[in-house]
Design a protein around this ligand. Structure first.
Ligand code: URA
Ligand code: SF4
Length: 216
């Protein structure tokens, strides 16, 4: 099924503040129905680095802020270890509403968004990119990586490398100078080899930090 997409719900003359208000009214796909609220990205409009995750998790859905749950805690730690100030980055997600299964009972089980949800939601991300104009973008996990790089992108093969921004994601204004894909912090938390997985994430974030210094 083709989703109507988020385009009609974008504010005119957008600002980050307007996006935050508008995302909650989006009906661009069906994910809004069971979610608590839409979760827009967060961070300084002047951020040099934008981090893109998958979708809000349980905590993010309840609080209305990205990366405030366990994955966000791990991400903060990894950023700090990589020499990046967590306060200076803009964090967002490929999809702005929480998708989950198992609505009965208390526990909501995360379910990855489908390609159609990612495509429906893309106008929000493109608008964030236009407003923040980051020099670099870090894609966290396969959903974000495929959302930006296309579905033939293989995270396992291409993570931790400085790549050119793809032509297909083209907003107005300047495009990012580089993009680095890496693991999702939630995958690090789930890993049976957590300290190695964390070290790999930190390694990839250092690659992005170095590229950022060269870009500016
Ligand atoms: N996982 C994500 O991809 N994004 C969040 O905001 C939280 C967890
Ligand atoms: Fe709109 Fe994205 Fe939410 Fe779907 S997930 S309703 S496209 S904001």
């Amino acid at each position: 099924m083709k989703e109507p997409g988020a385009e009609p719900f974008l504010p005119q003359r957008p600002t980050l503040a307007k996006l935050r208000a508008a995302v909650d009214e989006c009906r661009g796909c069906e994910l809004w129905e069971h979610a608590t609220q839409g979760v827009m990205g967060r961070g300084p409009a002047s951020a040099e680095l934008m981090l893109v995750g998958e979708q809000p998790g349980d905590r993010e859905d309840l609080e209305g802020e990205p990366f405030v749950g366990p994955a966000g805690g791990l991400l903060d730690r990894a950023l700090t270890d990589a020499g990046i100030d967590p306060e200076q980055v803009y964090r967002t997600n490929a999809v702005k509403h929480f998708r989950f299964s198992g609505t009965s009972g208390k526990r909501r089980i995360h379910q990855s968004p489908a390609r159609r949800h990612v495509l429906a939601c893309e106008p929000w991300l493109v608008t964030e990119l236009e407003l923040v104009e980051p020099a670099g973008v870090v894609l966290l996990g396969a959903t974000a990586a495929e959302a930006v790089m296309g579905t033939s992108f293989r995270l396992s093969r291409s993570r931790g490398r400085v790549l050119d921004w793809p032509e297909r994601v083209d907003g107005r204004g300047g495009k990012p100078e580089f993009v680095v894909a890496t693991a999702h912090p939630a995958a690090v938390l789930r890993s049976r080899h957590r300290s190695e997985a964390l070290a790999e994430l930190v390694h990839d974030l250092r690659v992005a930090a170095r590229a950022l210094r060269q870009a500016s």
